[in-house]
Design a protein around this ligand. Structure first.
Ligand code: NAD
Ligand code: MN
Length: 495
């Protein structure tokens, strides 16, 4: 076998091996084979990265910049991402199995986060307080936190990095990124652009490796002020507890089991498309997957027929082909987990009306493919309806009326997103009020924007990303009191 390419970590502006000298393999999900070796970071590397970020935070090269200058750097970075979109997309397809068609669009859009927060950088204003004490002047300023750790999952590495990095840098912090052990390559390629943009060394660092080995020492490090985490509920909860020991600020973007609700007055063609994009986009590996399709009984059978008909047309195969519509699963453990859930669903008595197995189509080769799968007759209490599968597996759940739809929709631990399909103005306005979800889409699904706050209710997370307010997740407020009295009063005399 040809010698595998070696991908190093990026700390303090230098490319380095892990302190241990160890490497791990990263796989191409379409071939099922390793294609590169990645530095296997540990505590020593994490410590070095935090030290570099801390030094950069206090350096005149970074601290001395005005907010306007930081904004310029972020806009430059956005332009560089756009210029390199195709190249970055191809690396992501190789390492992650994401469709080139999706990645090309995603990387054209990702720069918007850098433009938006670049623009916001010099518009963060404090207040002069109309303070109630005579001869006092009081005002607030918003300051950066210091070193921010960004922990990223494998499903959309560069986009989810942008959601954290752009506001963190706009606010004046420095950052250590810990990409997923399954998809570190695109991040390492992306940070080359940081240097090109003219962002000082040490302001952005990357530590590669596994969660427990490379991620946890960052989360527990006393010099880290904030952890911005996206990933599963289990690791997110663990990270939250670990970060508590040093009272770090923590934001968590976790999983979902989002209901996509089709009422009997919906435009059926549109709702079918919404249901399909809700679950089969990115092979179902999205936190916002509309994995529970709630369909009103009166239209249930008709709707399912149309849905299956449409889902059958999905072209699977090489993610590098612009023709491919459903790609491989990104990781081997995830592949096994999804196949396990197919058995769970069948064992629980759900009826499989499409797929239900690994894909053996010739165009799938030796890749990790699961057939687009639809289960009907799902009861919301079943594991297939309660647990995040993170794959192309849809559970269809019938409901009688508005009240029952709401009851089923909210009866999960998660609360990330929800979809509503209706032509009734009453439902379009009343149903979102009753849904426990951080995002509700009416007659659309999956829309996200740098302008729109995004995050979870309930077990789907803490904090919000995107939008103007999200920059405050990376800042702290200082109140300054100035006495204008000519004489300080005698402290022993109470007045
Ligand atoms: P994961 O929780 O297994 O891993 C996420 C990251 O955390 C990885 O970089 C991993 O190395 C790191 N990590 C794991 N244990 C750690 C520890 N003890 N200390 C520090 N870091 C640790 O998640 P995943 O499988 O990579 O991603 C899929 C999950 O992410 C799904 O649950 C999905 O819903 C969620 N997700 C949420 C959003 C959102 O915005 N809400 C977006 C995308 C994905
Ligand atoms: Mn990989």
């Amino acid at each position: 076998m040809a010698k595998l390419e070696k991908l190093k970590m990026y700390i303090g502006g230098k490319w380095c091996d892990a302190a241990s000298g160890e490497w791990f393999e990263t796989f191409n999900p379409f071939t099922g084979k390793p294609w590169a070796l990645v530095a296997r970071g540990g505590a020593e590397d994490a410590n070095r990265a935090v030290a570099a970020a801390k030094t950069a935070f206090h350096s005149p090269e970074w601290r001395g910049l005005t907010a306007t200058q930081r904004g310029h750097l972020l806009r430059k970075l956005g332009d560089l991402i756009a210029d390199n979109a195709q190249h970055l997309a191809e690396i992501e397809v190789k390492d992650n199995g994401k469709l080139i068609a999706e990645m090309a669009l995603q990387l054209k859009y990702a720069p918007q986060w850098y433009y938006y927060y670049g623009g916001l950088a010099d518009k963060i204003e404090g207040k002069v307080l109309p303070i109630d004490k005579a001869q006092h002047f009081a005002y607030t300023v918003h300051e950066p936190l210091g070193v921010v750790v960004a922990i990223i999952p494998w499903n959309s590495p560069l986009l989810l990095t942008a959601w954290k990095l752009a506001p963190a840098l706009a606010a004046g912090n420095t950052v250590v990124i810990k990409p997923s052990e399954f998809t570190p390559a695109s991040t390492l390629e992306f940070v080359k652009l940081i240097e090109k943009a003219g962002i000082p060394k040490g302001v952005v660092n990357v530590v590669t490796g596994f969660g427990a080995e490379a991620g946890e020492p960052l989360v527990t490090h006393p010099d880290v002020a904030k952890v911005a985490f996206t990933g599963g509920v289990k690791s997110g909860t663990h990270v939250y507890q670990k970060a508590a020991a040093t009272l770090k600020k923590v934001s968590l973007e976790l999983g979902g089991k989002s209901p996509n609700i089709v009422f009997d007055d919906a435009d059926i063609d549109n709702a079918v498309k919404g249901a399909i994009s809700g679950i089969f986009a990115a092979t179902g590996q999205t936190c916002i997957a509309g994995s529970r399709l709630l369909v009103q009984k009166r239209i249930h059978n008709r709707f399912v027929d149309r849905l299956v008909e449409f889902a059958k047309t999905a072209k699977m195969g090489n993610p590098m082909s612009m023709e491919t519509q459903v790609g491989p699963v990104t990781t081997m453990p995830q592949y096994k987990k999804i196949l396990g859930y197919l058995d769970v669903a069948k064992g629980e008595g759900a009826k499989c009306v499409l797929g239900g197995a690994k894909a053996t189509r010739p165009e799938c080769g030796s890749g990790w493919f699961v057939e687009p799968t639809i289960f009907t007759g799902v009861d919301n209490a079943m594991r297939i309806a309660q647990e995040e599968v993170f794959g192309p597996v849809l559970s269809v759940i019938p409901f009688k009326d508005d009240d029952e739809a709401i009851e089923i929709a909210n009866d999960v631990l998660y609360g990330l997103a929800a979809g509503v399909w209706t032509t009734s103005i009453r439902r379009a306005i009343e149903i979102p009020k009753r849904l426990q979800a951080g995002t509700v889409w009416v007659n659309t699904y999956r829309a996200v924007s740098y302008m729109a706050p995004f995050g979870g209710y309930k077990r789907s997370g803490l904090g919000r990303e995107s939008g103007q307010d999200a920059i405050q997740e990376y800042m702290q407020t200082k109140t300054v009191w100035v006495s204008t009295a000519t004489e300080v009063p005698n402290p022993f005399v109470m007045r």
